[in-house]
Ligand binder design. Structure first.
Ligand SMILES: C[S@@+](CC[C@H](N)C(=O)[O-])C[C@H]1O[C@@H](n2cnc3c(N)ncnc32)[C@H](O)[C@@H]1O
Length: 268
C-alpha cells in the first residue's frame, strides 16, 4: 500500500476530539495498523536528528512512529502529543522494545518543558491540525522558547492540491485497508472530502467499515491548508528564517508540483 493521503486511524471505543475537532486519534493500535506502510519520512528525520548533535523534541509524536526508530538509532529524543490514547500506545511500544523515552502529554501551542533542544520537529502534516492564527503563533513561540542556540525547527505540511480542493463532497474514495487489531477482520476505510473555503480547512470524514460485522464507524479529520507563500510569511512574521525548503523527503527542491512543503527553520 502506498503512503495514505492523510494520517489515519479507526475507531470503536471512546472518542476524544483533538484540539481542532479531529476525531481520528482515539486508539493508537488502529493508527499504527492504518499507517504501517508509511516510512518515507523516517530517513529524512533521522538525518536531521543526527545533524543536530543534541537533544531532539518531536511535537505531535503520536504513537512514536518516528520517535521510537530514532531512539533505536541512539537519538536522545522526547515526544509530546495532546492525545492520551496515542501516547499510551507510544509508551507501550517503547517499553516492549526496552527503550526509555520521555513521552509527555501536552499541546504544541503552549507546552513548557524544563529543557532545550537542538532539533524540534513536527512531522506527518501534524501542523495542519493548527487552524487559527493564534494556534500558529503559540506553536512558533513555544518552539522558540525551547530551541537551544543554533537549533532548528523542521516541519512538513501538504502542498495544497487544487484537484482535491474541488472534490465532490458526495464522492467516496478508498484510502486504506488494514487488519482490525481487535480481531474484527479487515477494515476498509473510505473517505469523503469537503473543502471549507473560508477557514482553508479540508473537512474529511473517514468511514471505517468492518468486513466481519459490516458495520461502519465515521470519524472526522480536519486539515488546515497552508499555501506556500503563506507558510513562508507565517514563519517570517513569527521570527523564523528558512534555512532550507524541500518538496519531498528525498530532499528535492520545493516547486509547484511538489506534494510536500518541508521547511527547516532557525530563529532569526
Ligand atoms: C498525523 S498524526 C502524526 C503522529 C506522528 N507524528 C506520526 O508521524 O505518526 C498527528 C498527531 O498530532 C497530534 N496533535 C494534534 N494537535 C495537536 C496539538 N495541538 N498538540 C500536540 N499534538 C497535537 C495528534 O494527537 C496526532 O497524534
Amino acid at each position: 500500500m502506498t503512503r495514505p493521503l492523510y494520517c489515519k486511524m479507526v475507531k470503536y471505543r471512546m472518542t476524544s476530539k483533538g484540539t481542532d475537532g479531529s476525531e481520528i486519534y482515539w486508539d493508537g493500535r488502529h493508527y499504527d495498523a492504518f499507517n504501517a506502510p508509511v516510512h518515507d519520512d523516517l530517513k529524512f528525520y533521522l538525518a536531521q536528528a543526527r545533524k543536530a548533535r543534541g537533544p531532539v523534541l518531536e511535537l505531535a509524536c503520536g504513537t512514536g512512529r518516528l520517535t521510537i526508530p530514532l531512539k533505536k538509532e541512539g537519538i536522545a529524543i522526547t515526544g509530546l502529543d495532546q492525545a492520551a490514547p496515542m501516547l499510551e500506545r507510544a509508551k507501550a511500544k517503547a517499553a516492549e522494545a526496552g527503550l526509555k523515552i520521555p513521552f509527555q502529554l501536552g499541546d504544541a501551542r503552549s507546552f513548557i518543558l524544563d529543557r532545550k533542544f537542538k532539533l524540534i520537529f513536527m512531522a506527518f502534516h501534524s501542523m495542519q491540525h493548527l487552524g487559527r492564527r493564534e494556534d500558529i503563533e503559540g506553536l512558533f513561540a513555544s518552539v522558540a522558547r525551547h530551541l537551544a542556540p543554533g537549533g532548528r525547527f523542521v516541519l512538513d505540511v501538504f502542498n495544497p492540491n487544487p484537484h482535491c480542493l474541488v472534490r465532490d463532497p458526495e464522492e467516496m474514495l478508498p484510502v486504506a485497508y488494514y487488519r482490525d487489531p481487535d480481531g474484527g477482520g479487515k477494515i476498509l476505510v473510505n473517505e469523503t472530502y469537503s473543502y471549507d473555503k473560508a477557514a482553508q480547512v479540508s473537512r474529511i470524514t473517514w468511514h471505517y467499515r468492518s468486513e466481519k460485522t459490516g458495520k461502519t464507524v465515521k470519524k472526522s479529520l480536519n486539515l488546515r491548508c497552508f499555501y506556500p507563500e503563506e507558510l513562508l510569511a507565517l514563519a517570517h512574521y513569527n521570527g523564523f528564517s528558512v534555512a532550507a525548503r524541500y518538496g519531498d523527503f528525498r530532499g528535492r527542491p520545493f516547486g509547484g508540483a511538489s506534494g510536500e512543503q518541508i521547511l527547516i527553520l532557525a530563529v532569526r
